[in-house]
Write a protein of this length. Sequence first.
Length: 93
Amino acid sequence: MIATLAIHLHLPACASLKQKRGRIKPLISRLRREFNVSVAEMDLQDKWDEAVIVCAMAGNDATFLQSALGNVAKWVESNWSDGDVWDSKIEII
């Protein structure tokens, strides 16, 4: 099974794509390091103040995958201070 977590982020202080990258890259690196997930910016690459990042995990237990990605979503909502989480969605394939 594969599970994905899509997180729609709002970055109100960004005035350029360079500033946006400067705030998104550390978040992506930290998620990879802390939670051992694959992470990439997947949508809204041309918008200065919004981003969609997707985390993915593979495993054989849907409950574990749901729980693990739920923890990632909670961590981003409570610990990431460069913007706001507008939406998050977990899908199990």
